[in-house]
Design a protein around this ligand. Structure first.
Ligand code: ZN
Ligand code: ZN
Length: 264
């Protein structure tokens, strides 16, 4: 599905599609360059799967560096579709964990945070390329960058998967635990649904007072151009949840999108 047919299917998202079109192009640009810039031998030498049992995200124990020149190329590839100015420096040291990524809430912060997200996503694609299924990780934080989940889905196998709120890495997580805090509700979590969204359910948690939107892939495969945009298609669910005591979780890009000024 392309962005135009997507807009026809979800007309309430039309007004946002200018941003998402640029976002998808910017990401494709960077993704195309990363194989020639990131030293894959470092990634391949790191036995990611052997480290899974340690429960530490990849960027917590691996030192990944990108030379200044390569970083400039990535930044330019990302900035061009948005018409943004290039940041002065991006990551002069190693690529940090999500929690150590400090950016200012402005255009530069947007570029740096999104580049970080893409680098983490690319690392995931290289180190798990032999894996058929999503990473069997069983932790609350992303196995690559360490950020929390923004949404979930039930795979055709019935396993619950979480999607990282920052780099969009997908990992398998126990079905009965809250995907946001790990809590197990004694009588089972309460789920909400909306008639307009037959393939989505909302998993609520009394412990962290949050809700996780979960797409059920067992009946229909979703239109995923990118996970954050897929998340936005179930806006009806969020309306259903508005008067309840639970707070939503978001992809970080939603907030960051507001850091760039609209350009005509
Ligand atoms: Zn992540
Ligand atoms: Zn919870």
């Amino acid at each position: 599905m392309d962005l135009i047919s997507f807009g026809n299917k979800y007309p309430f998202l039309q007004a946002n599609l200018d941003f998402w079109g640029k976002y998808l192009t910017a990401r494709d640009n960077v993704w195309g360059l990363l194989p020639s810039i990131l030293d894959e031998t470092v990634l391949e030498q790191s036995d990611f799967l052997a480290h899974l049992a340690d429960g530490k995200p990849f960027l917590a124990y691996e030192s990944i560096r990108i030379p200044q020149e390569g970083m400039e190329k990535l930044a330019e590839a990302f900035c061009t579709p948005f018409g943004l100015a290039l940041p002065q420096t991006v990551f002069p040291e190693e690529i940090p964990l999500f929690e150590k990524l400090t950016v200012s809430p402005d255009e530069t912060g947007f570029v740096i945070a999104e580049l970080h997200s893409l680098i983490a996503a690319y690392i995931e694609s290289v180190i798990t390329s032999d894996e058929e299924e999503a990473i069997n990780w069983l932790e609350l934080d992303c196995p690559i960058c360490g950020a929390g989940a923004a949404m979930g889905f039930l795979a055709p196998s019935g396993k619950k998967n979480l999607v990282c709120s920052h780099c969009q890495t997908v990992w398998v997580y126990p079905r009965i635990n809250c995907g946001l805090c790990g809590h197990i509700e004694e009588r089972g979590a309460i789920f909400y649904t909306a008639e307009e969204e037959p393939n989505w359910l909302v998993e609520t948690c009394k412990e962290c007072k949050s809700y996780l939107k979960v797409y059920d892939m067992r009946n229909a495969l979703p239109d995923i151009l990118t996970y954050p945009l897929h998340y936005l298609t179930s806006w009806n669910l969020d309306l259903t949840m508005r008067d309840k005591e639970f707070a939503p979780r978001f992809f970080h890009v939603f907030e960051r999108a507001g850091w760039i000024k609209a350009k005509n």
